[in-house]
Design a protein around this ligand. Structure first.
Ligand code: UD1
Length: 416
């Protein structure tokens, strides 16, 4: 398994472009199953999770061709309603396929999904939503078997604004009879992107980005060309990398609004953050002040996917920061690794109290999950001496060679 050898202490300078969003791509690829035509998606990122989703689509009957960085998905011959267990167990988003496969083939079989080990990650809201649409569900030995002779639109209230459940129910309703309304739905930008993609194929979805989404069932979806949105979590990772290590970097291809919660925290703690068109310049030339508090919340709150990287910045900032992880039970596994590097953190359940220190020191640490991995990369880049980061395959799930991106800005990271 690959490792990163990181020689810390380098400042970051220059400019860098953000790729398209993993979480948008994953939902949109699942949404391809709804199309009876050919889908062309632009600028497909080379992330392991995206490649795995493409493998699943091929098994379902799609024909996939890559032309430069575009991916062309011929969805006309989809016939298989079973998602293979080995692949489903590797990516969380395999569960999003239930809705679109059901909509298209009226049957779907998938096992309980895998993904990052950051907590229990139940799927009860997905299944309850599908049942409300007249889908019969049998669960046996970890396999979820769904049948729907006719999917019927309905009003559905989510107990929690789950991103995946919102996307799954949206997709299940697109070809349904009648109208579906999802109340207390998630408002993440990736959901707006999925709505725009489906509507460009002929769907009738309204309200994504607000608390209520309305889906009017249509007969059929056609061919489409689409460019998904940029990855707001990668944009945040780059900005937090520069904020932590010091330097002056222009991050290009960013939707400013998508990361406004982070920008506000960065500005409040003394960083110069300048917006220009679709780029953000961050200048970090003195020891930052602590954020004071980071509490993860559904969008537009502070994203859980940026919590580990933001926590690393707090380890070397002046003052104390309380970090509360509200979404996932065990998403603070990077904390004991950071303590090995000299960070001063007290951990209690889902809360970490971070007292900033002058310096972190290189150590051997392990990527426990995807975003913990990018966070520990940043920790290695600011630390004095050498850091060996193991299990970096976790990082590759959502970054295309993160080491190359940071090296381009002046870091010293080798993959071995
Ligand atoms: C998506 C993102 C992930 C991000 C998360 C929260 C993708 C591929 N992944 O994950 O990167 O961290 O949103 O922004 O888009 N929950 C239930 N029952 C359910 C579903 C969820 O209780 O049926 C709970 C979860 O345990 C968690 C919370 O809802 O506490 C949020 O999870 P959810 O929004 O569903 O996250 P994902 O869609 O899995």
């Amino acid at each position: 398994m690959d490792k990163f050898i990181i020689n810390g202490g380098k400042k970051l300078n220059g400019s860098i472009c953000v790729p398209k969003a993993k979480n948008s791509y994953l939902a949109i690829l699942a949404g391809c199953v709804l199309s009876s035509g050919i889908v062309t998606l632009h600028k497909c990122p080379n992330f392991v999770d995206v490649n795995k989703m493409l493998e699943i689509l091929e098994i379902l009957g799609c024909r996939i061709e890559r032309q430069d960085d575009n991916v062309i998905i011929d969805c006309r011959f989809i016939h298989n309603y079973k998602v293979p267990n080995e692949l489903a167990k590797q990516i969380r988003s395999s569960i999003f396929l239930l809705g679109p496969i059901l909509a298209r083939l009226r049957k779907a079989v998938v096992c309980y999904p895998g993904g990052c080990d950051i907590g229990a990650r139940p799927i009860d809201l997905h299944l309850k939503g599908l049942k409300s649409l007249n889908v019969e569900i049998i669960e046996k030995f970890g396999i979820i078997q769904c049948d729907a002779k006719e999917i019927k639109g309905n009003d559905i209230h989510l107990d929690y604004p789950s991103v995946g459940a919102t996307e799954n129910i949206m997709m299940a309703s697109v070809l349904a009879k009648g109208t579906t309304r999802i109340f207390n739905c998630a408002k993440e930008p990736e959901i707006v992107d999925l709505q725009n993609f489906i509507n460009k194929m002929g769907g009738k979805i309204y309200g994504a980005g607000s608390d209520i989404i309305t889906i009017e069932g249509v007969e059929k979806l056609s061919s489409v060309e689409y460019t998904p949105m940029p990855d707001r979590i990668i944009a945040g990772t780059y900005l937090l990398g520069v904020a932590t290590c010091g330097g002056d970097v222009l991050v290009k291809n960013v939707e400013f609004e998508h990361i406004f919660s982070l920008i506000t925290k960065l500005r409040d703690s003394g960083f110069e953050v300048i917006k220009k068109d679709d780029s953000i310049r961050l200048i970090s030339n003195k020891r930052p002040k602590s954020f004071g508090k980071i509490e993860t919340m559904p969008y537009p709150g502070f994203p859980t996917d940026m919590q580990p990287q933001a926590l690393v910045l707090q380890t070397v900032s002046e003052g104390v920061c309380v970090v509360v992880e509200n979404l996932f039970e065990t998403r603070l596994k990077h904390v004991p690794e950071l303590v090995k590097m000299g960070a001063n953190i007290t951990l209690k359940d889902r809360m970490a109290i971070v007292s900033g220190v002058e310096k972190l020191y290189g150590a051997e640490v392990c990527c426990t999950d995807l975003r913990a991995g990018s966070a520990l990369t940043i920790a290695g880049m600011v630390a004095q001496g050498q850091t060996i980061l193991t299990n970096v395959h976790n990082i590759d799930r959502g970054y295309d060679h993160l080491e190359n991106a940071f090296n381009l800005l002046g870091a010293d990271i080798k993959r071995v």
